[in-house]
Write a protein that binds this ligand. Structure first.
Ligand code: 13P
Ligand code: ZN
Length: 218
């Protein structure tokens, strides 16, 4: 039977439900925390506010027009300013994912983390998928005050930590954003596990070689 949506929208709805369940079931964002969005040819699909990412209903996802006005489905996430700031700053972005993943959120709360570079280059994949990750000053969840902070950092950084809150990542597809988010969380976990140990970081030469071989796309 024909759905009321374009093929693109149908695929994006299925993808949001599938990735939401996967992220929730792996404990990457608890309760009703986190939100995701996908940019379509005729607007945006976003997760409804207060929804659990593990139990998204394909028919009830929030649909917004290209100007960000709510046109169908349940009321959208309160983090629209966060998502739209990423889309404005990164024209290549087709998806934005925000989670309360434990280890990256832990890093976002540490007073002695470098706000320009929270994730040390300890493995090649973090360099390839997320690059340097800045930490923003704390803003209230849902506050529009986050937008200028994101717009300032997002052109050069597809992954950002919201201070005392959690990670947000943009990608050229929902899958790419999720993969980058998973790499960020894994590396945050390794960073915290190895805190206080004598860790060998990748050197400038090794990082330059990765950057030259694998273009960071966002
Ligand atoms: O993580 C969240 C806020 O930062 C969840 O908010 P929403 O339920 O409105 O998406
Ligand atoms: Zn949040």
């Amino acid at each position: 039977m024909k759905t009321p949506w374009s093929d693109e929208e149908e695929a994006a709805r299925e993808s949001l439900v599938r990735w939401g369940r996967s992220l929730f079931e792996r404990g990457l964002t608890p309760g009703s925390s986190g939100n995701m969005s996908v940019k379509l040819a005729d607007g945006f699909l976003v997760t409804p506010t207060n929804s659990c990412l593990g139990f998204l209903d394909l028919d009830r996802l929030s649909k917004l027009d290209p100007a960000g006005r709510h046109v169908a489905g349940d009321a959208p996430t309160k983090e629209l300013p966060l998502h739209f700031a990423f889309y404005e700053a990164r024209p290549s972005a087709r998806a934005v994912v925000h989670l309360h993943a434990t280890y990256s959120t832990a890093l976002s709360c540490l007073a002695d983390v470098d706000p320009a570079d929270a994730i040390p280059p300890i493995t090649p994949y973090v360099v390839m998928r997320v690059g340097r990750v800045p930490v923003l000053p704390y803003t209230r969840p849902g506050s529009p005050d986050v937008a200028p902070l994101i717009r300032a950092k997002a052109p050069a950084h597809p992954a950002i930590l919201l201070g005392n809150h959690g990670p947000v990542v943009a990608g050229t597809s929902l899958e790419a954003a999720v993969f980058a988010m998973e790499e960020l969380e894994e590396t945050a976990r390794l960073t915290i596990l190895t805190r206080g140990m004598a860790v060998r970081h990748l050197g400038q030469q090794e990082i330059a070689d990765l950057e030259a071989t694998f273009q960071l796309k966002g």
